[in-house]
Write a protein that binds this ligand. Structure first.
Ligand code: ZN
Length: 675
């Protein structure tokens, strides 16, 4: 996985953040089905120079023009369905509180969110809650000119085809089928292959692949595979090729952006990208990717292209996406300060001297602010990215790893309002503590975990790095988390100016333990064990500290009105326990002590108390929190002078989900407007 999503594991980090900041920015935009739509802030935009703003503006335009591509990649009829639903939605003359109309609205919102008729996460086809009769009646009521008929298609034929696609549950049932034993190409409803079997596709690529190529192109990344005159061929995504009308718009705006690039380096890879879009030549995409990966000093940066291949059951074709972003200087400064002090942290850690690195180098990951999300990154979006994907480029030219802080901030803020803290925290004191400190404490926890935790410590000579086998990843995450937890409470945090308040760490300690012992179990079915490595790690740490701290009553379960709460009675002793466990886990890793590692995991990390689990699930269910979230973009407006030059770029946050989707369909629809 090159992309980090707010998955079950990561979500735990956000599940309990109380943010009671009294600003009026409303993060909640819309709620339907299993989805909550949010908006995100773009702090720091005004700190950019005018040229950088112009650069962001044109890159954003280039991003938005790719929207139709993803809809079409996701399914052959998606664009037609989107258009006809939008036409019905906007021309409907009946009662808008009618059940059928409301069901159609919900379905349209789902289609927008998933960029097609299949769920963005499960890839199962949506089940419409309006009737086929209602749908057909509405289509017939539309002016024929507003119907997205294919070339030569009659209205009757259109209705028959689209009705089957929408209403027949067995037809095109799953967008990406990964079930072993079937023809994955034939049974996947996406539009990356047509008229070909899995075997034909595999034979085709085997015939064109160069053997033993140390720098292979990403075969199939930018093409649909079809049969033409009985022969298997690629329809390449490029100017003049498949999706040419959209790619032309993207290229036009990349050319505009080119004038305002920050450096020659940037200009070089934008030209390489344009070259690739123009020719479809994947060698040029590699050239672009290398230049892009090596440009680590830019402020404004972007992704634009056919990137991730999770949507292809064969893992080759890239889903189109774009993210425009700029460096978050303040947050990047935090990771830099920590990295610069890496040796101090290593020298002062509670682990045995034999297991410490003599010379340690911190990794400083860039923290970014997203300015626009598009294609595969919209509305559901990752919180971190690590690209490019080609293994040989990563190995020889490096990769860029970024955290998107304004997106994680938005998740944080929204989590505050969902009632989770009020439900699970022991008292108002803990709620207030988290409200005041958790945002910063959480970020620092991630920084310490990523920049120092994983890189600290050393193996004794001759120890196999994989000695811990199936428990290796759990124990590795445990080690990194403990390193972070231990140091958060250190006076060094105040000395380095990272914390201003000596209490800050307590917010993280409280959330961590409550999450590990209780709230993370909301993501596990009753009766099942904890399996995922990060979740096991959190349970291991929390449970171990609970057990070992029992005699001093460090952590306590308190029952009140039939509900269970966690109380931390001694934060200082809890830190000592974190240090003790860190020393032990580092020993296990350094010595490759598989048996001891296995015992730790089995004793503390896997089992959940069934009664408590049931209670947590019941309390969580009552909160009715949407399992999936996504974002609308802000609206950028280019202020122009009489000659048409951009003199400023302004931002606004007031667009609704429906308005944004309809505006995008109106304005950025190169693939639908031609019909
Ligand atoms: Zn980690």
């Amino acid at each position: 996985m090159k992309k980090i999503y707010l998955t079950a594991a990561v979500a735990a980090a956000f599940s309990l953040n109380t943010m009671a900041q009294s600003n009026s920015f409303d993060y909640n935009v819309d709620r339907f089905a299993d989805i909550q739509v949010l908006r995100y802030k773009v702090p720091g935009l005004d700190g950019l120079s005018l040229d950088q703003k112009r650069y962001v503006y044109y890159l954003s335009e280039a991003a938005l023009y790719g929207r139709d591509i993803l809809f079409d990649q996701h399914g052959k009829y998606n664009l037609q369905i989107r258009q006809v639903l939008e036409a019905i939605y906007q021309n409907y003359k009946g009662n808008k509180n009618d059940k059928e109309f409301l069901a159609l609205e919900k379905y349209l919102k789902q289609v927008w969110f998933a960029n097609g008729i299949h769920h963005h996460y499960s890839t199962d086809k949506f089940t419409p809650e309006f009737s086929q009769k209602f749908f057909v009646k509405q289509v017939r009521a539309l002016n024929k000119k507003s119907l997205p008929l294919a070339k030569g298609e009659s209205v009757d034929k259109f209705i028959a085809t689209i009705s089957k696609v929408i209403f027949d549950p067995a037809y095109m049932a799953k967008r990406v089928n990964q079930a072993a034993g079937c023809d994955l190409v034939l049974t996947s409803a996406n539009n990356l292959y047509e008229g070909v079997t899995q075997k034909e596709v595999e034979d085709y690529y085997n015939s064109v692949k160069v053997a033993n190529d140390p720098t292979p192109i990403s075969y199939g990344l930018n093409a649909k595979v079809v049969k033409k005159n009985g022969k298997v061929v690629e329809q390449v995504y490029k100017v003049g090729g498949l999706y040419g009308e959209a790619i032309e718009k993207i290229v036009y705006n990349l050319n505009k952006a080119l004038q305002y690039a920050e450096s020659d380096k940037q200009r070089t890879y934008i030209r390489a990208l344009i070259d690739y879009y123009t020719t479809g030549d994947l060698k040029k995409f590699d050239e672009y990717s290398i230049l892009w990966a090596e440009d680590t000093n830019c402020v404004v940066d972007f992704i634009n292209g056919f990137i991730e291949s999770y949507d292809d059951p064969l893992g080759m074709t890239g889903a189109w996406e774009s993210i425009v972003n700029f460096k978050n200087q303040e947050a990047s400064h935090r990771t830099q300060v920590i990295s610069e002090n890496a040796q101090w942290f290593e020298d002062n850690s509670p682990v045995d001297a034999r297991f410490k690195k003599k010379e340690v180098k911190g990794v400083s990951a860039k923290v970014i602010t997203a300015a626009i999300l598009a294609g595969d990154a919209y509305p559901a979006t990752p919180i971190g990215i690590n690209l490019p994907n080609a293994d040989w480029i990563r190995a020889s030219h490096g990769s860029k790893s970024v955290t998107i802080e304004n997106i994680t901030d938005a998740y944080d803020e929204v989590a505050s309002g969902n009632g989770l803290n009020d439900e699970f925290a022991y008292s108002k004191a803990e709620c207030d503590l988290m409200a005041k400190h958790l945002t910063l404490a959480d970020k620092l926890h991630t920084d310490l975990h990523e920049c120092l935790g994983h890189g600290s410590g050393q193996l004794l000579p001759g120890v196999d790095p994989n000695a811990l086998l199936e428990h290796g990843s759990t124990l590795e995450e445990t080690r990194a988390d403990l390193f972070a937890l231990y140091y958060m409470a250190d006076a060094k945090m105040l000395e380095l100016g990272i914390f201003k308040d000596a209490e800050t760490y307590k917010a993280e300690y409280y959330k961590y333990i409550m999450n590990g012992l209780m709230t993370q179990n909301t993501r596990i079915e009753l009766g099942k064990d904890i399996e995922e490595a990060h979740m096991r790690n959190r349970k291991l740490i929390s449970e171990w500290c609970y057990q070992k701290g029992k005699k001093d009553n460090v952590i306590e379960y308190v029952k009140r009105d039939g509900k269970t709460y966690i109380r931390i009675n001694d934060y200082v002793k809890l830190r000592v326990l974190f240090g003790d466990l860190l020393a032990e886990v580092q020993r296990i890793k350094s010595e490759g002590d598989y048996q001891a590692g296995k015992k730790l995991v089995e004793d503390y990390a896997v089992k959940i108390d069934r009664a408590l689990h049931k209670e947590v699930l019941d309390r969580y269910k009552a909160l009715d929190i949407a399992p999936y979230k996504g974002f609308v973009n802000p609206v950028y407006t280019a202020v122009k002078d009489a000659e048409g030059n951009i003199t400023d770029v302004t931002i606004s946050y007031d667009e609704s989900y429906v308005d944004q989707m309809l505006r995008y369909s109106r304005t950025y629809s190169p693939l639908t407007s031609k019909k």
